[in-house]
Design a protein around this ligand. Sequence first.
Ligand SMILES: [Zn+2]
Ligand SMILES: [Zn+2]
Ligand SMILES: [Zn+2]
Ligand SMILES: [Zn+2]
Length: 490
Amino acid sequence: MDSNKNEIEDESKLLFPDHGLKFKLTSIPGSGRGLVATQDILPGEDIFYQDPTVSGPGLQSSCCGCGFYSKLSLSGNKDEIQLRKGECSDCGLNFCNNDCKTRWHSRKECDIVKKISDNSSCAIWLMTLRTLLSNDKSIPLLQEYSGIDENSSQENFTIDILSKQGFSKQSIKTIFRQLQANTFRCGAGRSLCPAAAMINHSCQPNSRVWFNSCKKLMVTAKRKIEAGEELTITYCSPLLGAPQRTNKLLSSKGFICSCSRCLDPTENKSYISGILCTKCRVGWILPQLTVQDQQRSFSFTWSCLDCQFVANTEKVHTMLSNLSKELDKLESESSSREKVSALQQFLDKRSKQLHGNHYLINRAGGLLSKALQNNSSKQSLLLRKQIIKQNLSLLSIVDPSISRFKGFELFRLHQILFQQVFSLSMKERSNNMELVNQMNETLIEAKILLSDDISRPEELDISYRMLADSLPQDILQQITNNIKEKYSLI
Ligand SMILES: [Zn+2]
Ligand SMILES: [Zn+2]
Ligand SMILES: [Zn+2]
Ligand SMILES: [Zn+2]
């Protein structure tokens, strides 16, 4: 017992040299290590922050250092000259700028990259190389990925490329798997923050992780956390149903979640997996999770809560997987009128069979809203508004507290309201003050939720500044206070 205690103390010193006041590292039964609050923490309070010890690109990144896509390539207006400002003239890798190159691209790394003939695949192996060269002493404390997809082609590819550069196959494999289990998505890339990697998952987390404009990882309380409570964050989208989350967590992180949301077939009465019962035609067929084999395998039983009818699991899973594939196919199609009508047809047809909050209905709505993005007809605006409102109402059930996701949705809603308000004449506008107020409120709420988030749209700050300049100070303050009160921020 004592040696374990000393071990945790040593690990804690390595991971949290400057922190450790609001929480402590401790062993959690069934979850290895975890962080537990040592004092009450208020909603919105920052718990700790960490600069990534290693960052690397993903497949969509334009910077091989921090992993960000440049703002230019995001708007589809890729400016080669701008991107090449930070190019390494020795090995040819691209960086946002010289600072990013200096921070992440060591001489040693450059010498190795030069020897690898094809560096266009670097999104797969560069972060593993960088971590192998890193001298961060907390890396050995990280757990390895132990999922079902064990010999992934990317892992083998990385081992193949880097073992030719003198690294042992075992050490490459270990680092690759540690990165798989412990990194956070930042822009289009990934960042390793070993301290934050100690926080365990829950589908109803009390904390959240985000990156501020200095690309520092922040851990912030989503709601009030009591002293003694374990800090948790989510590793997957709250807008998935339990079977999809379970598959995702097992394949990408290597564990099965059995939090209260996963064990509740209605998932907090959201009915996010609800299929209309084919027998009684009133109840919803919902999945009940059973975890077996000491948390290594699971099964779902699908049954109707009203008439107790038990559906054939295989049939249900095949149907859901076919519908998912249908949406994958529609998603990959380039934007066209056919895409819009195919999505509308999907929604019309499937809404008769799936609950209005069903994750596939939600996903189809999101795709439709995206496909209509450049269509500013009155009808399209109304439809998009309805889809966003539906999404926000689902979020208020499955992710009720402060979330960046909600911030992005609110800003989208604000943009639609803006278009609606500015299509009105002055006289019409003064008769539609409710619409104007909604437009202002959604913007202020989005600003509060996204605060200094690195991924927040540039237009958010511009619109907010314009509003703050035009609205009387006391009114702005009043709206801000009301929103903060809603999230218990004051
Ligand atoms: Zn960068
Ligand atoms: Zn280089
Ligand atoms: Zn869960
Ligand atoms: Zn039934």
